[in-house]
Design a protein around this ligand. Sequence first.
Ligand code: ADP
Ligand code: MG
Length: 957
Amino acid sequence: MFGLLKRVFGTAQDRKLRKYRKIVDQINAFEATYQRLSDQELRAKTAEFKKRIQEGESLDDLLPEAYAVVKNACRRLVGREIRVSGYHQKWDMVPYDVQLLGAIAMHFCSIAEMQTGEGKTLTASMPLYLNALSGQPVHLVTVNDYLAQRDCEWIGVIFLFLDLSVGYLRSDMLSQKRQEIYAKDIVYGTASEFGFDYLRDNSMATHQKEQVQRGHYFVIVDEIDSILIDEARTPLIISGPAAKRTQMYDGLKKGVDHLVRKQQELCQSLAQNAHKTLEEEDAMTSAALRKKRATVKEALRTLWLVGKGTPRNSLLKSLRENPDIRAELEALETYYCSEQNKEEKEKAFKELYIIVDERASEYELTDKGIDVWTEQEKGSPHDFVMLDLGFEYAEIDDADLSESEKMEKKRALQKEDTQRKARAHSLRQLFRAHLLLEKDVDYIIQEEKVVIIDENTGRPQPGRRYSDGLHQAIEAKEGLQVQGETQNYATITLQNYFRMYEKLAGMTGTAITEAIEFKELYELEVLQIPTHKPCIRKDFDDEIYMTEREKYTAMLEEIKSIHERGQPILIGTESVDVSERFSQLLKKMGLRHTVLNAKNHAKEAEIIAGAGVEGAITLATKMAGRGTDIKLTPEAKKAGGLAILGATRDESRRADRQMRGRSGRLGDPGFSKFYLSFEDRLPRLFASPRMTAILQRFRPPEGEPISAKVLNKSIETAQKRVEQRNYAARKRTLEYDDVMNKQRQEIYAFRQETLTVEDSLDLAADLLHKAISTLFAEFSEESPEAKESFRATLMSHYPVHFSEDAWKEQDSSSLEEYVYTKVLEEWERKCSMEEGEILNFLNPEKSPNQVLREVVRNLIVRKIDTLWQEHLTAVDHLRADVHLRVVGQKDPLMEFKQEAFFLFASFSNQLYQEIARDLFRFAMIIPQEKVLEKLRKEAKGKKARSKDSPLIPFPQG
Ligand code: ADP
Ligand code: MG
């Protein structure tokens, strides 16, 4: 099945395995000698290793000894009772050699591909231990909260035995608890816990004391493919209500509704006419179709067009069940896709209002659509054309106007541009909501709220929202209350979070099909670790049916007969919806079964773990219960092991391998088989015309599968094609995100410096310098008037008087230094004045200078946060708009990079200027009650003392 991959990766893989096997021998040799040590002596190894590292020994050199210590500790633990997630369990694990191999691979920053049930949890303990010896932060990322706790309590026993500390994160922990956890040598937690803590530390914490993480050194990501690949398009976002409201769905909704309905009606009547023609001409059979009279041809062309306007039209769907018609339509698609027939295609499109590309998830209004929009729906002709600002500015510059008139005009133009963009943006999202998102497929409505359905697990995701106004657009579409707009305070993709670690490693049962992606995007090698015992599971070819109905019937029959043998069955479906439909059918047949749709991970794990009992039938979505392995009872083994039945093929081969891998663990018996119909998503959208041709030739009688070996190949090709497309999309997302990533790193580093710098007053002086030199960068002394007006500008920025005479004496080379010296003098004066104020009023325990430092630090951090949030919004809009602007041959990504760079430059300049300004504007406001308190105490003749500084910086003006 993975022939090609084997050829490319095979030899390199073998070489590496051979190399690592030698290390395994060393580990085992050390371990043999450790067996003679006392527990105390073994434990003392940890301190010894730490010392050797401090003396310069590298982790790589220590590896064999350290792993041997862990292995030996495991041996000593055998038989010990451990409490894991509330249950008592007896320790019975000593790492196998293949686990040592995986452990070595991970230390060297590879992904260890190890099948389900091979014991990845234990394998990870070795690289975790070794890397924690460095004293630097070591993290292990699990799929969910439940597993973080389970794995930590279970494997943590080893670390505690060896004198290292370990802890796990949970979503309901408060920041103080988190800080305690992060202080441990090894921390278990989910990706989003780690990611959000990072964001909070860098966007919310206003004091170093409030930060919880202590850095990012080594991380192992469990089920790494689910994090780096499946979660690829959902960034972590910390958001809050937006200051400004820019959406305008209410005004646009009616028009969009109308136009979309018009299109649906048009397509429906086109489809009906075509259907009628085909029936009248008796063209529903291949012989008649082949004759192809002009009317028939036209009817087929019309059907093809319906597919372009409303891909999910139900009449079209049922006509496509006829393989001959399907073949004709595919032939037409190929015909129209060719460059030669482009014009003809454009002409055909003119009949529609909107063209919808379901595959690419895009749509476009035709000229006819735009006309209807502007004339009948009271839209504006400007809705689909943006202003060319550069051109317009040039026009204004050339016009015969005064400078101030020009300024005024440009400002008006900018305003108009902003408004148009906001309107166009809302409009785009409304159309998207109507054309590409379907109720009960992409989202459901629960208690008057739009709830997203997760693409991978098919589960509702309450609380999550589509970003960028799309969620509001759906609310408008469904006639629900449109929720307030939110603004992002901080955001990062998981990918970029993990790239921050000095060392990144991973483990999973399924990585090799995406090896190229891991290598190209994350510089991670994949190493396939052999299984402890050979795998004897049988993987059958797919069974392919014409219709969904036939497929389900066949599956039910199979389920019945497997069940009679007592063999446990796991049925994998693509969504919860299908699981539930299946459940209905099983109920009718009187078959007892369990449906996995618990939102509770602990319960999910329990159900999955119980799926290996004789006669058990379990329905699950593909991703459900990841991280839990299915143990078979002796009776179940005797009955033939676990049977995996897949209700369809996933878009990626990886997900299917994941499903198969649930059976056949540790040499257990079992088999796997996938069922497919031509109505399933994969063949419907991505299969080749060749497949349809085969279908025409080998059309089976009702209820029978199509048995053609070549079809399996076709499906795999379709999967590969989708994988490539998705990879390209992910790579693109990452490229866009890279731009933001660099900016984020820069600003977070600056923020961190502000939080940690000893004397923030020095930092303030530096910032004043920066602000002044950026002002000077724009100043050129071309005339005495210019110089004079620059003096006025500076005085409007800083409360400093530059006398006219002194100003004239300075030449342009000394001017900047002169200005800076004067401003700095003023700043120092301001500082001592404020310090005097603090002392005068409060006699705080801290020195006035310390209080002032905190105040200034706070002022700078707050400024960074506000402006950065505004910048994030600006970049978000840019990302959405950049595609619109692309006229001619420009690459949107290049445009985005360039513009984002300019935005960042102007953001940092603004940051300097505003901080510089505020440094002179803040004033200490003493809360009234403190003043009274002080007076009272003075009256009593006692010294007032106050613990915390009650001073609040208050920007004036
Ligand atoms: P994976 O994550 O690779 O699917 P797990 O870490 O969940 O696998 O382990 C699967 C099962 O194998 C667990 O029940 C564990 O107790 C068992 N196991 C792992 N390693 C060993 C070992 N060296 N000896 C005995 N049992 C082991
Ligand atoms: Mg696991």
